[in-house]
Write a protein of this length. Structure first.
Length: 261
């Protein structure tokens, strides 16, 4: 018991030292906000099996918070550029395969973006870079990556439209209903239109490793990887036709401008 209390005391001091260091390192976020982020991360990892890992997990989570502070309007940085850097920082080390998929999705989105107005193009490409950040452990709160990613982005000043596109990508509404998160997802509007279609298209014609695949190949891969009892697979009975329609409409859009699908 005494040894356990000693370890807890040591971890507590490490976390306090970590907080002080994080405050010193940057000046974009007030010290009280840093403290709140540290405490929130600490609460999430309170039941970690190995106490010595807790400060590492807390630091990873708080640094993700720093990285996701969106650029201000006066910074001059395009949202899509910021989104790429943020997605890379969150995914590349912890989830390299997910990062490879994300790069492939963004490449597809950039192709569709060429036939969209510039403001719509930036929204689409930014959403493509950010669509899967909710898989990262530092962001995983509800266990539903679309919603975890969207809520994280909303907390950090990302335009609401991008948050909503991330929240609803790939037929998220049908899955949310199956797992009891429908009301939470409904906090974000599900827009209908070419940008939403294009994000779904980019995601559903890119394999897990970033390779280009057909929609049929992607759905077959998804079923095989997740299994019949997974909510994402079960939801295909509801959203499968909607997914296919989004892909078809985007392919038709590209064909009108002679862009290979």
């Amino acid at each position: 018991m005494r040894g356990s209390r000693l370890r807890q005391s040591q971890v507590e001091q490490q976390i306090r030292d970590l907080e002080a260091r994080l405050v010193r390192e940057q000046d974009r976020v007030p010290a009280q906000v840093v403290h709140d982020w540290v405490e929130r991360a600490r609460a999430r990892f309170a039941r970690a099996r190995v106490l010595t890992f807790v400060p590492i997990l807390v630091e990873r989570a708080v640094r993700a918070e720093f990285r996701a502070v969106a650029p201000g309007a006066s910074s001059g940085e395009r949202l899509a550029v910021w989104a790429r850097r943020t997605a890379r920082d969150i995914l590349a080390v912890e989830l390299p395969r997910r990062w490879a998929h994300t790069q492939g999705v963004a490449e597809r989105a950039e192709e569709v973006a060429r036939v969209l107005p510039s403001d719509e193009a930036d929204v689409l490409v930014a959403s493509a870079w950010l669509h899967d950040i909710g898989y990262a452990s530092a962001l995983n709160v509800l266990g539903f990556h679309q919603l975890d990613g969207a809520r994280f982005l909303a907390e950090h000043g990302v335009p609401r439209r991008v948050c909503a596109l991330v929240a609803h990508h790939a037929g998220a509404a049908a899955v949310a209903e199956l797992v009891g998160l429908g009301p939470r997802l409904a906090e974000f509007d599900d827009e209908q239109g070419p940008v939403r279609d294009a994000l779904w298209y980019a995601d559903m014609t890119t394999g897990p490793d970033g390779a280009r695949v057909s929609f049929a190949e992607r759905m077959a891969e998804l079923r095989g990887r997740r299994g019949p009892e997974d909510p994402v697979v079960r939801a295909l009975a509801v959203n499968g036709a909607e997914r296919a329609a989004a892909v078809r409409r985007t392919e038709q859009l590209l064909s009108r401008y002679a862009v290979p699908a």
